[in-house]
Design a protein around this ligand. Structure first.
Ligand SMILES: NC(=O)c1ccc[n+]([C@@H]2O[C@H](COP(=O)([O-])OP(=O)(O)OC[C@H]3O[C@@H](n4cnc5c(N)ncnc54)[C@H](O)[C@@H]3O)[C@@H](O)[C@H]2O)c1
Length: 276
């Protein structure tokens, strides 16, 4: 059911690769809620993935840009403002990649060139995106910018590797830029810390199936799906959350506040009795 929460709003969605991508679900939901969209990803992701199909579903133009390139970002935002015939109301940063994770290099044997690439793609790109928007004065007053994060920014999770450091930096950028952009332009900036989700990036973390099973057992509401995430992010793009900024908002079925649950306990304790 649509609530028309984004009627008349215009936004850029970064990071939809294929139907599994969290950004894909957010784009579809934003379109259903009445937003006009521009979609973007790297040229190679556009070739390898199915974002053009998403563009068809949402009636959105797909503009290639590497989010680590100031030049690409500037071109993307200028072109988007031409398409929108005005400023941008919301942006989604749904971008992450670690060459160390891809190559299976453990945290105590990281390749530092790869580490810098992880930070550039997964965190600094958020800073670059905000800096470009500010330089072009591209975002409307009371606009909203959201980036997707993960609880590995606060807690250590086996095999998440240098992505944990990247997420900590991403969340810090949301606070630092949220202050500057908030006081000058009333623009809000938040991160949403999502449950583990089976996507192309998610599948890159070895043992993701086990992690998803663990967090499902630990979360009183169960894991949040990509579609659940889309519903939540839409509220953050809408006018209903105008005074929410500089926050890392957990969207994880309660996982981040748990220590141990009955369902997880039953996995380890053979004499365990379920009292539910
Ligand atoms: N899947 C999970 O378990 C999970 C959980 C919490 C947070 N997240 C975060 O959600 C976001 C989206 O990931 P996803 O799980 O939907 O996977 P995904 O693989 O569908 O999306 C990652 C996207 O990043 C894009 N990307 C990579 N390098 C880029 C660059 N230089 N410029 C522009 N785009 C680039 C990819 O092309 C891809 O579209 C990421 O930030 C991820 O860390 C994912």
């Amino acid at each position: 059911m649509a609530y028309h929460l984004l009627k008349g709003k215009k936004g850029i969605i970064f990071g939809a690769l294929n139907e599994q991508s969290i950004a894909w679900h957010i784009a579809v939901k934003a379109h259903e809620e009445g937003a006009k969209l521009v979609l973007t990803n790297t040229p190679v992701a556009i070739r390898m993935g199915t974002i053009q199909h998403l563009g068809g579903i949402c009636g959105a133009e797909v503009i290639p840009s590497d989010a680590t390139s100031h030049e690409d970002l500037e071109n993307l935002m200028k072109r988007s403002m031409e398409i929108f015939e005005g400023k941008i109301d919301f942006m989604l940063h749904s971008i992450g990649m670690s060459p160390n994770v891809r190559k299976g290099l453990p945290y105590d044997a990281l390749n530092y060139d790869f580490f810098l690439k992880t930070l550039d793609i997964s965190a600094l790109s958020f800073h670059k995106m905000l800096l470009t928007a500010r330089k072009l004065d591209a975002i409307s007053e009371w606009g909203s910018v959201v980036a997707l994060s993960y609880v590995a920014a606060q807690r250590t999770l086996d095999r998440y590797n240098d992505m944990g450091d990247a997420k900590a930096l991403l969340e810090s950028i949301a606070r630092s830029f949220g202050y500057i952009y908030g006081k000058d332009k009333k623009i809000r900036i938040n991160t949403v810390s999502q449950s583990p989700t089976m996507t192309t990036a998610g599948a890159g973390v070895k043992g993701i199936d086990t992690l998803i099973d663990f967090t499902e057992r630990m979360s009183p509401l169960g894991n949040a799906s990509a579609e659940d995430c889309a519903n939540y992010v839409i509220t953050l793009f809408s006018d209903l959350t105008r005074k929410v900024t500089m926050q890392n908002l957990y969207h994880d079925g309660g996982f981040s506040s748990m220590g141990m649950s009955e369902r997880a306990m039953s996995q380890y304790d053979k004499s365990f009795k379920d009292y539910s």
